[in-house]
Design a protein around this ligand. Structure first.
Ligand code: 5AD
Ligand code: SF4
Length: 473
């Protein structure tokens, strides 16, 4: 998963957002008259990125256009994340900054969606009276209906109810929203039943709900026929998918779809890594040689207190099995430092696990207590300074590992699916290897969307540089 927050800007500023959801033909869609402008801010993970695309698509069908200008916006949406305290605070501070915009334009609709909306509900409007809409994680499909309600009634609306089904899982953004056009993200499930003691996700995304496999297959087939080559399956816990087929069965079905060349998924839980799933890395030619497998800590007592349901030995055993199934497979993961009670010895165990696995990419965080979770009741006893120092030590070590892995790739040749023009060098493009490594090389934008072979010539801190040696296909 990618963390951090960013503006939602898959479209050029002020481009009309036409076409609706579910691949209807433009002529079939009754596009409402232009109603105004919308600005969406997206925080957090890829799930939120996809939810923002869906909201954009829904609003476009209802006659709203995206703008990057806050002044011009008639609707401002903050699609939020509350997984860590810092993310949550950022949302609240950015919401506060919107007050003057509302003062200047009282008709402005300010909506909060995603995990902070789910967590706060009506309290958010009490604290921030300039907010008009609080829309929970199961109710995204109601967005346009609720915008209308606000515009008519001029009073705030809140819907943070959980339901048995999540209709928005089945919403598919119009193909104009798929950027780059060769990669599409697809929800296969939402929510989590694991209740790791530090994690707010089960409370804000709800229990696991899987999407029917037939809907997923139908969506992927449509994507394939419209030129998508890479499918990225998304969910908080994809490897416990139960939508009428097992997750490995779903992968096998997608692997059989003509036109799809690459399959990726995130996020997986180590306790749900079945042998069947591991064998997919050996048997499915389209499944990329990369897995994101958060380990959180390398210490058994900490893993136990986190309620992770595996030990460092079982995690290392999984890595070994995955390496046997897919030699050359790349690993990425999430890890946390400073969990309550984490001793120096525990922390050393985390570093030791990193040294044994040698992750290509690691997302590392300082623990922060989240309201309502079990660990919020534990004493947050590791001082902030100590958390920071452990985080720095861990990140320094990871930098060394990354440099080493990168340098070993020099001279090797990889298939690179070209994503876009480089923003730094006019004459360069970049794409990704099967390991999800970013490769920059001199090339024409006409290569975007095709796969070329590239020889690696240099390893940079976060990417590789190479030279194209093979034709596009
Ligand atoms: N404090 C710090 N990091 C957390 N994460 C989840 N909850 C917390 C928390 N309370 C991290 C985990 C998870 C990632 C999405 O965020 O590493 O995998
Ligand atoms: Fe949170 Fe654990 Fe579920 Fe991941 S598996 S979303 S860390 S509760």
């Amino acid at each position: 998963m990618e963390y951090g927050n960013h503006n939602f800007s898959n479209l050029q500023s002020d481009q009309p957002l036409i076409h609706g959801i579910d691949f209807k033909h433009p002529e079939d869609i009754c596009i409402s008259a232009m109603k105004g402008y919308v600005k969406i801010f997206t925080y957090g993970c890829q799930m939120n990125d996809l939810d923002s695309l869906k909201m954009c698509s829904l609003l476009a069908q209802d006659g709203w256009r995206e703008t990057q200008s806050l002044k011009k916006a008639d609707i401002i949406i903050l699609n939020t994340c509350s997984v860590r305290q810092k993310a949550y605070e950022k949302v609240l501070s950015n919401l506060g900054r919107l007050r003057p915009y509302k003062r200047r334009k009282p008709s402005l609709v300010i909506a909060v969606t995603g995990c902070v909306a789910q967590q706060e509900g009506a309290d958010l409007i009490e604290r921030m009276p300039h907010v008009d809409m609080v829309l929970g994680t199961h109710q995204l499909h109601r967005l346009t209906e609720l915008v209308h309600e606000i515009l008519i009634r001029r009073s705030p609306v809140i819907d943070t109810s959980f339901s048995e089904e999540i209709p928005s899982l089945d919403l598919v953004p119009g193909k104009e929203f798929i950027r780059p056009a060769h990669r599409a993200y697809t929800n296969i499930m939402q929510g989590c039943d694991n209740y790791c003691s530090y994690c707010i996700v089960p409370y804000v995304r709800g229990r696991e709900i899987s999407r029917d496999y037939q809907h997923i297959i139908e969506e992927v087939r449509k994507y394939a026929s419209s030129g998508v080559k890479e499918i990225f399956l998304l969910g908080q816990n994809v490897n416990s998918y139960r939508g009428g087929r097992t997750f490995p069965d779903l992968l096998r079905m997608i692997n059989d779809i003509d036109g799809i060349e690459r399959i990726r998924f995130t996020t997986s839980h180590p306790k749900d890594m079945s042998d069947d799933l591991i064998s997919c890395f050996a048997s499915l030619d389209k499944l990329c040689d990369h897995i994101h497998l958060p380990f959180q800590s390398g210490s058994n007592p900490v893993l136990k207190a986190m309620n992770r349901n595996y030990t460092r030995e079982t995690y290392l055993g999984l890595i070994e099995k995955l390496r046997a199934a897919g030699p050359g497979i790349a690993f990425s993961a999430d890890v946390m430092v400073g969990f309550p009670g984490e001793t120096h010895r525990d922390f050393e165990d985390t570093l030791d696990l990193m040294e044994r696995v040698r992750f290509d990419l690691l997302f590392s965080f300082k623990y922060s207590p989240r309201p309502g979770t079990r660990s919020a009741g534990f004493i947050d006893d590791i001082p902030e300074q100590e958390k920071l120092s452990r985080l720095r030590q861990l990140q320094d070590m990871q930098k060394r590992i990354c440099a080493d892995i990168g340098s070993k790739r020099i001279g090797r040749v990889y298939d690179v699916l070209v994503d876009a023009r480089s923003s730094r060098h006019e004459d360069q493009v970049f794409g990704r290897t099967t390991h999800n490594a970013i490769v920059n090389f001199s090339g024409d934008p006409s290569l975007i969307g095709s796969t070329v072979t590239v020889e690696i010539t240099r390893a940079n801190p976060n990417s590789l540089t190479g030279e194209q040696i093979g034709a596009m296909r």
